[in-house]
Design a protein around this ligand. Structure first.
Ligand code: SF4
Length: 198
């Protein structure tokens, strides 16, 4: 039975939710393509620049980026090579592993990130208008969906509380042992700087 069979889909709420999520995934693709055309880059090149800008150097090796974006290492290497030729990134020796290099933004790369990372703005504006209690429910559902997809190995890298060695449940509450504090549902993170794999 297909989610995309309209007769079945319109009789079944589960199917409609999945079809709706598929429609939403198109939004990011469309918005990213608009930026890609404007700056003569591919969507993955823009995503790489934005990721490199906001993550520590240990996460900017070709191997890590390949896992993060679910691409092969040769595909990421090729994208990085083009970004290097455009003077948007530069490579440095990896102090943790002499066999690989880390990738940093040049000042031109920083400028491109500044101009492109707002590609999500149309969606951010809509979410900002949702009331707080609805946002919490939305966030709980999204974060649960992400962790379940991660457990099914559909999404490979997840730096979320639920996968973190500092996460526990205390008195039936989410708890971070690093921050030494209870985490409300809205405080659960999906990309935490302090994350360490459990
Ligand atoms: S360190 Fe970050 S990811 Fe880990 S439990 Fe605490 S808040 Fe969550």
């Amino acid at each position: 039975m297909s989610v995309f069979n309209l007769k079945k889909q319109n009789e079944n709420l589960d199917f409609k939710i999945v079809a709706g999520l598929e429609r939403l995934s198109q939004v990011f693709r469309i918005l990213l393509w608009e930026k890609a055309k404007e700056f003569s880059l591919s969507p993955i090149q823009i995503q790489l620049l934005i990721f490199i800008k906001h993550h520590s150097v240990d996460k900017t090796t070709v191997s890590y980026l390949a896992k993060e974006f679910n691409f092969t290492k040769p595909t990421i290497s090729e994208a990085i090579k083009i970004l290097e030729q455009k003077n948007l990134v530069k490579k440095s020796a990896n102090t943790n592993d002499t066999r690989s290099q880390t990738i940093q933004l040049t000042s031109s790369g920083e400028k491109i990130v500044f101009e492109t990372e707002n590609f999500v703005d149309p969606l951010t504006k809509i979410i900002s208008g949702v009331n707080d209690s609805e946002k919490v429910v939305l966030w709980e559902n999204i974060s649960n969906l992400i962790i379940k997809l991660n457990k099914q190995k559909v999404i490979s890298v997840q730096r979320t509380c639920f996968n973190c060695k500092f996460y526990s449940i205390k008195a039936e509450n989410h708890f971070c042992n690093l921050l030494d504090q209870k985490l409300l549902s809205k405080e659960i993170r999906i990309d935490c700087i302090e994350f360490e794999v459990a």
